[in-house]
Design a protein around this ligand. Structure first.
Ligand code: FE2
Ligand code: FE2
Length: 242
């Protein structure tokens, strides 16, 4: 964990203007993102659905991968995006479920988190057990069938139930907060105590293998002004705060 700098810097000063996401590219490396434009002002459901769509596009490429090299590159690409998705939902969506839907929202949040924990475990197990396994396509197929069901429930039931209780500006605010958390990509840098730009993670694999608490600690440190994340280095641009 990086040391805390002496002078807190407001998080908003590190957020870029504009809005981009990422889409699959067979030529992309594990550590790069290919920006595509999307509207600056989106509702929460639009933002979540766009992230699901990006993950699913990489998952489709992974399912078709046949060589260990392709599998290695694509499983890490899918895995880091899923890890980030889980983190963004933990920071933004699950607290909103609980705040607006009480006990039912708590159960929705717990169910959502449990599915993500199981998916992460399976992806790490596949990384550890060898990408040239004969059972690799079946296990990836099963995993993404379960995740498709997860996304169907989330996008088709949970998020609409939440959005029914929000006005448009509240939904857009949650969308913005979700986009903001997306700057935690494997390539993001921070300013260390000597003012030097330093990577938080060595690689996508290092990122994927980080415990979930590490993401929470980094984010809370950033929001408190104790960790100077350099949003521009993340490859994700976030629109100005609403
Ligand atoms: Fe989820
Ligand atoms: Fe999701």
């Amino acid at each position: 964990m990086p040391k805390s700098p002496k002078i807190p810097v407001p998080p908003s000063s590190h957020v870029s203007i504009g809005s981009t996401s990422s889409k699959p590219s067979t030529a992309s490396s594990q550590m790069t993102t290919t920006p595509v434009t999307r509207p600056d002002r989106t509702t929460f459901s639009t933002v979540i659905d766009a992230d699901h769509s990006t993950i699913n596009q990489f998952a489709a490429l992974l399912k078709r991968a046949t060589t260990p090299e392709e599998r290695s590159r694509l499983i890490l690409e899918v895995a880091w995006r899923l890890v980030r998705h889980d983190f963004s939902e933990e920071m933004v969506m699950r607290p909103a479920f609980i705040a607006h839907l009480g006990q039912e929202g708590q159960e929705m949040a717990d169910h959502d988190r449990k599915d993500h924990t199981a998916a992460r475990k399976e992806l790490l197990d596949l990384l550890d057990s060898g990408l040239d396994l004969n059972e690799f396509p079946t296990r990836i197929g099963d995993l993404f069938a379960e995740l498709a069901e997860h996304m169907k429930v989330e996008s088709g039931q949970y998020v609409p139930k939440l959005e029914q209780l929000l006005n448009i500006s509240e939904s857009q605010r949650l969308g913005w907060e979700y986009l903001h958390t997306q700057i935690l990509t494997p390539q993001i840098e921070y300013l260390d105590s000597n003012g030097k730009r330093t990577r938080l993670w060595k690689s996508a694999e290092d990122y994927v293998r980080s415990e979930p608490n590490r993401f929470l600690d980094i984010w809370h440190g950033y929001m408190a002004g104790n960790i100077k994340l350099i949003a521009e280095s993340s490859g994700v641009r976030v629109p100005p705060r609403l």
